[in-house]
Design a binder for this molecule. Structure first.
Ligand SMILES: *Cc1c(COP(=O)(O)O)cnc(C)c1O
Length: 441
């Protein structure tokens, strides 16, 4: 007998028509120009990002921003509305009275939520006259999404991929190249910054911070203004684009009459969590819900739980502006964790502000803990989750086990930000050494 609820039937017509800009409700800390320590202006950012990205980054007045039709069409082609699904078998396995739901951002062609912003950014860049985009990628999800999107809107893309991932995950590179992207390992010998880093340490494995410096350098050096930079997380405009997730989710939950007690997401730069949670946080700010929001990060990269809330650079080479955010320091070099998408030193300023105001909570787990959750999820629900997303799964499982202790029928929703089918090296390493690959209950 198959359970009937837990899946909703929204169609492409239900793809949101606007993005939700939480900065209009909570404000956003000023971004500072490090040379003057004054707030950056649109003119300061113009050499880096296309015009519309700059406007959206600095917008603290419009609560809702129209999603262009061409972007909604691409969202539809690439899998939106994404399903909301109930994790019945995980619930049964945990013997918990809690109900667990998950939003399936893993069903996109590139396997993660990142297309939500790459489609928008490729569209605006094309419209604003950009011909070449540069970007960085950690594990390759952002580079894959941007390559697909640039191919769709007819733009060139050059991707600096963190070298450890470039070496560890060769198939990610093939995906980007299949969609027409050009990929360099970072540090690379094709930028001044890359050359300077390699001169100091030819075997340096790179970080997102280093790759960002290289990508920004290449964009601002093009005097014609036809090369711009595109960022896959951390920035406010990226979080804005991701809010399609949370708005769809609210409609799906309303359709089945569910009000979540907990919403859980993993955080690297903060974009999938922001997109998933901000629309519901709007309701919380208005006193309409009491949902607990939980952000889960790796204990190897604990920006919220162990970082400092202060101004810091977004990159290692100190060429970006200063952002007020929770940070581990822009020269932080994390261990080569398998959740490559979570290795960034800082956190989106809006997510940082919400954490500082205690509107959201945070917790961290180590790699064994998250792979244990991942394998538990795979063996109950059949889906192999991305190591990044498995942080959210661990968070959700812990809440479900607490609900069991208190015998409370709580509702937990987590964001499955991506699948893990390209992360099997991480799984293989874990399975080889682990005596208890699943969470025992
Ligand atoms: C990139 C990525 C993340 C982390 O980035 P955020 O901006 O924090 O969302 C999480 N999960 C997956 C699957 C990713 O690809």
């Amino acid at each position: 007998m198959f359970p009937k609820d837990g899946r909703t039937t929204l169609t492409v017509d239900d793809i949101p028509k606007k993005w939700y800009n939480i900065a209009a409700d909570i404000g956003s800390p000023e971004i500072l120009n490090p040379a003057t320590m004054k707030p950056v202006t649109a003119a300061d950012l113009a050499p880096v990002f296309c015009k519309t990205s700059v406007e959206q980054e600095l917008d603290t007045t419009h609560r809702f921003i129209d999603i262009p039709d061409q972007v909604r069409e691409a969202y539809a082609q690439f899998g939106r509305v994404t399903p909301l699904q109930r994790a019945y078998h995980l619930e049964q396995y945990l013997k918990t009275p809690a109900k667990i739901y998950f939003k399936r951002e893993d069903v996109s062609p590139t396997g993660s939520h990142k297309l939500n912003s790459s489609i928008a950014q490729a569209y605006y860049n094309k419209r604003d006259g950009t011909e070449h985009l540069t970007t960085e990628t950690g594990a390759g999800q952002w580079g894959s999404a941007l390559s697909l999107s640039c191919n769709y809107f007819d733009l060139d893309v050059i991707i600096f991929m963190v070298k450890v991932s470039f070496d560890q995950k060769p198939f990610r590179r093939s995906i980007m190249e299949t969609y027409g992207g050009t990929v360099y390992p970072s540090p690379s010998p094709i930028t001044e910054y890359g050359k300077s880093v390699l001169a100091k340490d030819p075997s340096y494995g790179g970080t997102l911070g280093t790759a960002i410096t290289e990508a920004v350098e290449m964009a601002v050096k093009d005097q014609t203004g036809k090369t711009k930079y595109s960022l896959g997380s951390v920035a406010n405009h990226v979080c804005l684009h991701q809010t399609v997730i949370g708005q769809e989710l609210i409609a799906q939950l309303e359709a089945i009459d569910v009000v979540p007690d907990h919403m859980v997401g993993c955080i690297g730069g903060g974009s999938n969590f922001a997109g998933f949670a901000f629309p519901m946080i709007e309701k919380k700010l208005k006193g309409k819900t009491d949902t607990n929001f939980l952000a889960v990060e790796p204990s190897e990269v604990p920006s919220l739980t162990k970082g400092e809330y202060r101004y810091d650079f977004g990159d290692s080479g100190e060429i970006t502006p200063l952002f007020k955010m929770y940070t581990l320091g822009h020269d932080f070099t994390p261990n080569a964790v398998h959740a490559g998408g979570l290795r960034y030193h800082g956190m989106n300023p809006l997510v940082s502000e919400l954490y500082d105001k205690k509107i959201i909570n945070a917790v961290s787990y180590n790699e064994d803990q998250i792979f244990q959750a991942a394998v538990t999820f795979a063996r109950t629900e059949g889906i192999i989750p991305a190591p990044e997303s498995s942080h959210a799964i661990r968070g959700a499982i812990e809440l479900a086990l607490e609900a069991k202790k208190k015998n409370e029928e709580q509702t937990i929703v987590f964001n499955l930000s991506g699948h893990g089918l390209l992360d099997m090296v991480g799984y293989a390493n874990y399975l080889k050494k682990s005596k208890h690959p699943v969470i025992e209950v």
